[in-house]
Design a protein around this ligand. Sequence first.
Ligand SMILES: [Zn+2]
Length: 199
Amino acid sequence: MATRAIYVDPVGGAALYEGLPAATAVLITHGHGDHFDVPTLEAIAKDVPLLTNQDVFDKLPPALKANATPIANGAETTFAGLPLKAIPAHNVTADRMQYHPVGVGNGYLLTFGDKIVYVAGDTEPTPEMLALSGIAVAFLPMNLPYTMTVEQAAEAVNAFKPAIVYPYHYGDSDLDAFEAGVTADGVEVRRRDWYAKSA
Ligand SMILES: [Zn+2]
């Protein structure tokens, strides 16, 4: 079977993706510039299906829009041959609501065989996140003021208990504190250097 490479929120320009498998599909969570960048999409995702929220869909140039589909919070579809569900991604803390208002951004659940992968997008713990179960791999953001504190992220993980959690989009957050806060049985924290710079 051909390699499938689903990119989520690719930004940063084409050079970052040299040497990586070509995108076969792209998910976009919301319209902020560190998640949605038209030149990057034009370079690496010209002829592949895109799934995105309505706000980004409306901003796509025609050539990209021709391959794109908008999906609303809570909706389900099949994307790139995989069952997919859009999970609401938004702030819940009163003084952060302006960053990610309710009803705009998406996280995504992708089902690969019997494994469900959750890519949260920019969000705090929403009721929908906390109600998830059976997640094999979760990608969760933590960085203030835009998404979660490490404590919120750890609490969320302890609530929905993914088998594996990757902190991502964490900025300067204290990942040691996050890892220490994850106390639920059966959850493995995996760290990666998402911010590695090419030489
Ligand atoms: Zn954002």
